[in-house]
Design a protein around this ligand. Structure first.
Ligand SMILES: [Zn+2]
Length: 73
């Protein structure tokens, strides 16, 4: 089992360890020189890849004042 995942940016598997930050190892892609933390590619990437989820949250937020107005009337 390997903890080394391919680059989230370019997909290259030339990742090298580059110290650590906040107790988590940092990885740097030798191909595109991007640095990553292990948490990247999970929550943040999913958020970026599914704008519909964000749109949905925004819609609900816009809807809240209306619901509140209905509840108070
Ligand atoms: Zn890369």
């Amino acid at each position: 089992m390997s903890s080394q995942s391919p680059c989230h940016r370019c997909g290259a598997s030339h990742m090298v360890k580059n110290g650590s930050k906040d107790g988590q190892p940092r990885w740097v892609c030798r191909n595109c020189k991007r640095s990553f933390s292990p948490t990247l590619g999970t929550a943040m990437d999913r958020l970026r890849n599914t704008p519909t989820e964000v749109e949905c949250v925004l819609k609900v937020k816009n809807f809240l004042p209306m619901l509140r107005a209905l509840a108070c009337s």
